[in-house]
Design a protein around this ligand. Structure first.
Ligand code: IPE
Ligand code: IPE
Ligand code: MG
Length: 236
C-alpha cells in the first residue's frame, strides 16, 4: 500500500481505552497501560517511516491526576521505562523529543528521565515526537499567556505584533505546525481538553478500537480517510 502523507505535517493521537482493553481480558487497568505505552512505540515508528514530521501522543492529562494513585504510579513506571529504553533509537533516527505539559508536577524520577531525553535529543531534526504529560489544552493557553507577559516585560514585545500566528510561539507546541489529523481511539467522541488551540482546523477521526489494539493497518486506513476529505478552511 502506498500511503501519501504529503498533507500530513502533524498527526496527533488521543490514546484512549487502555483500561477497558484490560478489563475485557480480566486484567487490572495497569496491564492496559503497559500495552498502551508499548503501542506508542509501534505507531511512532510507523509515523517515522511514513515521513510525518510531527507526531503527538496524549499520554496523561491534567485531569488524570484524579485517578487512583496506584494507577498513576504504574503508568509513570511504564513511561519512564519507555524513555530509558528508546532514547537510543530516538538518537539513531534523529528524533527530537518535546514534552508538552508542566513536568514539574511529575515525580522526580520521571522529571529526570524526561529532562535527560529532552537534552540529548534537542538538536535532532528529522521528526518531532511530542509526548503530552500533565497536559491540558486550557493549561497550554494559560502557559502561553504567561510566557507572552514575560516577553512583554523583559523584551519589549509590542502587542501590535500579537496575532493568531505569533501567539503559537508561546505554547508548549511552539516548534510544531497545527494538527492536521487527530485520531482518538476507544469510541469516545470528545476532545477531553486536548490541544484546543492547535486543533482548530484538524480533521477528526474516532475509531472504536481500544488504543492497545490500534495498529499500523488502522493507522493507514485513517490516513486514507484523511486524504479523502476536503479541507476547505472556510473557503468554498
Ligand atoms: C487512556 O486509557 C490512557 C490514559 C488516559 C492515561 P484509559 O486509561 O483512559 O482507558 P479507559 O478509557 O478507561 O478504557
Ligand atoms: C484523555 O483520556 C486523556 C488521555 C488519553 C491521556 P481520558 O480517558 O482521560 O478522557 P475522558 O475522561 O474519557 O474524557
Ligand atoms: Mg479513557
Amino acid at each position: 500500500m502506498n500511503i501519501d502523507t504529503t498533507n500530513l505535517k502533524h498527526i496527533a493521537f488521543i490514546m484512549d481505552g487502555n483500561g477497558r482493553w484490560a478489563k475485557l481480558r480480566n486484567k487490572p487497568r495497569y496491564f492496559g497501560h503497559k500495552k498502551g505505552v508499548s503501542n506508542v512505540l509501534k505507531i511512532m515508528r510507523e509515523c517515522y517511516k511514513l515521513n510525518i514530521k510531527n507526531v503527538s501522543f496524549f499520554c496523561f492529562s491534567t485531569e488524570n491526576w484524579n485517578r487512583p494513585q496506584k494507577e498513576i504510579d504504574h503508568l509513570f513506571d511504564y513511561l519512564e521505562d519507555f524513555f530509558n529504553k528508546n532514547i537510543k533509537e530516538m538518537m539513531e533516527k534523529d528524533i527530537k523529543l518535546v514534552v508538552s505539559g508542566n513536568i514539574l508536577k511529575l515525580r522526580k524520577s520521571s522529571q529526570d528521565v524526561v529532562n535527560k531525553c529532552l537534552d540529548l535529543t534537542k538538536n535532532n531534526k528529522t521528526m518531532i515526537f511530542n509526548v503530552c504529560l500533565n497536559y491540558g489544552g486550557r493549561d497550554d493557553i494559560i502557559f502561553g499567556i504567561k510566557n507572552l507577559f514575560k516577553e512583554i516585560k523583559e523584551n519589549d514585545f509590542d502587542l501590535k505584533d500579537l496575532n493568531e500566528e505569533t501567539f503559537k510561539r508561546y505554547l508548549y507546541t511552539k516548534d510544531m505546525p497545527d494538527v492536521d489529523l487527530l485520531i482518538r481511539t476507544s469510541g469516545e467522541e470528545r476532545i477531553s481538553n486536548f490541544m484546543l488551540y492547535q486543533l482548530a482546523y484538524a480533521e477528526l477521526i474516532f475509531t472504536k478500537t481500544y488504543w492497545p489494539d490500534f495498529d499500523v493497518n488502522q493507522l493507514h486506513e485513517c490516513i486514507d480517510i484523511f486524504n479523502s476529505r476536503t479541507r476547505r478552511f472556510g473557503k468554498i
